[in-house]
Design a protein around this ligand. Structure first.
Ligand code: F3S
Length: 283
């Protein structure tokens, strides 16, 4: 049986880097507590594994007690400038695992805001990444998520506008929102800050599914990006199976196939993917 594992399966570069950072800190650290500001990844198994190794998840900086040799790790979503300043005032070590693509948005927003631009963030106001971005212009920005919101938007005072996007925002929708704003004849600087990790993962999954007799999609049942991967693969290959872990895999279903493809959602850790891959290979 030929098995093809998608190169882009599982964690994107930024999340993988953040998770690896926590394990590296644990390896090197002899004393003192290790905290992450929010869960480092949307995957319970990984968060539990880290908890069992002593990592505590903080939900706000206020939860941070006076502790000797404490380390606080910032996750890939990044944080606001106010939070960063508050952390720096504490007697702790900060390890910044903000994804460099998110950090780039912080820098653009901070710089353009200081140059007098008005800032518009295209994204979801509820998302921690967007909340972090807004904190780099003192929350003096507008967040636009829908076409209706773009249509309703009016500028309070005549200023140049800088538009950035949440890294995981849908590109087509971003373009449509920008088009609406451009038609209002404002002086606009558009920075396309969308990260293509999701698109690359989806395109590759579709290609592999098209060329395989069966396809395995690994990821959390509630993960919307894994669901989307499953839909893309199912369209290309009827024998597509959605599993959370190795336990859900019924290999009898695969025995008559010559080629099996494997991909995984954005929060699926590498060890689960490898486990599935080697199990299918050796059966
Ligand atoms: Fe991941 Fe960073 Fe892109 S966290 S989705 S690589 S912006």
């Amino acid at each position: 049986m030929k098995i093809e594992l998608a190169k882009s399966a599982g964690l994107c570069f930024g999340v993988k880097r953040a998770v690896d950072t926590v394990y590296d800190v644990l390896k090197e650290k002899k004393e003192g507590p290790v905290h992450t500001l929010g869960p480092i990844i949307h995957n319970e198994q990984v968060v539990q594994d880290l908890e069992s190794k002593g990592v505590q998840v903080l939900h706000s900086i206020d939860e941070l007690k006076e502790e000797k040799d404490a380390v606080v790790i910032i996750r890939s979503h990044g944080i606001t400038k106010q939070m960063q300043d508050a952390l720096e005032k504490k007697d702790i070590s900060i390890v910044d695992a903000t994804c460099p693509f998110v950090k780039k948005i912080h820098n653009i927003v901070h710089e353009k805001w200081n140059e007098g631009y008005e800032i518009i963030v295209v994204g979801s106001a509820k998302h921690p990444e967007v909340q972090g971005i807004c904190g780099w212009c003192d929350n003096c920005c507008s967040v636009i998520e829908t076409l209706e919101e773009a249509q309703k938007y009016t500028q309070k005072e005549p200023k140049k506008i800088c538009i950035v996007a949440q890294t995981t925002f849908n590109y087509k929708k971003f373009e449509d929102i920008v088009d609406i704003l451009l038609k209002k004849s404002y002086d606009i600087l558009v920075m396309n800050t969308i990260c293509n990790a999701t698109e690359v993962r989806q395109t590759e999954a579709g290609t592999i599914a098209r060329n395989s007799d069966a396809m395995i999609v690994i990821g959390g049942k509630h993960s919307s990006n894994t669901q989307k991967l499953y839909e893309i693969c199912k369209k290309e290959c009827l024998n597509t199976h959605f599993i959370q872990t190795l336990d859900d895999l019924d290999l009898n279903l695969f025995q008559s196939f010559r080629s099996v493809g494997i991909t995984a959602g954005a929060s699926t850790p590498n060890n689960i993917i490898k486990e599935v891959q080697s199990y299918v290979r050796h059966e």
